[in-house]
Design a protein around this ligand. Structure first.
Ligand code: FAD
Length: 230
């Protein structure tokens, strides 16, 4: 189901009508809306260095214990089609035999949301008049000019876009602890390193600093990984 078709290192032409910087949930949602509404063959591109679109931080987890924090019936990408995410889940047979109204109340696995956005992007691209390129490069700099913006890519290329949507999401903040800079990189596992957290499960004592949703993700991953220490 992964959206990895036509990932390119460089756009085919230097001129874009719209550059979408970041291909997480927000960037992909922008692309879907533009593709659905475009009446002319606009040139748009998503710039995303990660290998998969629509995952970003939240939906990159492959683990089933990491759930959406919103019920499935409220996660549609389209205001005028509130049941659209439910339609996707049922078509994918994600929860076999579960009645639609029960599924609508369920907090489903987060990876389904990335798969949903990837599918809706493919469909919007196939049906729309606009042309979409996926460029596997970060955008390092933006310089406004008289007609839009010059974009500088990670590979040193520059190109021009009339309009830009910035959808680069959140970044992990530095560990707010004295001495954190001195920790060897191999000893640091970030909460959003979903596989890395699971490998911490052991019979050792473990302290979790912070009490937000990533704490809940971490506890669930440790339990699922078989953690038996305090
Ligand atoms: C752990 C976690 C769980 C969450 N769970 C939920 C949930 O259940 N339901 C919900 O509605 N929301 C949830 N959220 C909020 C969620 O982050 C947002 O709903 C949404 O995913 C944010 O999308 P985004 O595209 O803004 O950011 P992201 O999904 O983080 O995507 C940003 C993208 O930009 C790319 N990027 C960054 N810099 C550059 C650059 N210079 N050039 C090109 N690309 C770049 C990154 O590689 C990344 O793919 C959660 C957030 C977190 C952190």
């Amino acid at each position: 189901m992964a959206y990895n078709r036509r990932m390119t290192d460089s756009p085919r032409s230097g001129e874009l009508d719209l550059a979408i910087i970041g291909g997480g949930a927000a960037g992909v949602l922008v692309a879907i809306q533009v593709l659905r509404q475009a009446q002319a063959p606009l040139a748009l591109a998503i710039f995303e260095p990660a290998s998969q679109l629509a995952q970003g931080i939240a939906y990159a987890t492959p683990w089933p214990e990491h759930l959406l924090n919103v019920p499935a019936a409220k996660m549609s990408a389209f205001a005028d089609q509130p049941g659209d995410f439910l339609d996707f889940l049922q078509a994918a047979n994600a929860y076999p035999g579960e009645a639609r109204e029960v599924l609508g109340e369920r907090y489903v696995c987060r990876h389904y949301f990335a798969a949903y956005l990837q599918q809706r992007l493919r469909e919007a691209e196939a049906a729309g008049a606009a042309r979409l390129q996926i460029v596997a490069q970060p955008v390092l700099a933006l310089h406004p000019d008289d007609h839009g913006y010059q974009l500088q890519l990670g590979d040193g290329q520059t190109l021009h876009a009339a309009q830009v949507a910035i959808a680069t999401g959140n970044s992990m903040r530095p560990l707010p602890v004295d001495g954190a800079d001195a920790l060897p990189a191999d000893d640091v596992v970030e909460a959003w390193d979903y596989d890395g957290v699971r490998t911490l499960a052991s019979d050792h004592a473990l302290a979790i600093v912070g009490s937000g949703l990533s704490m809940a993700d971490t506890v669930l991953a440790l339990v699922a990984g078989g953690h038996s220490g305090p």
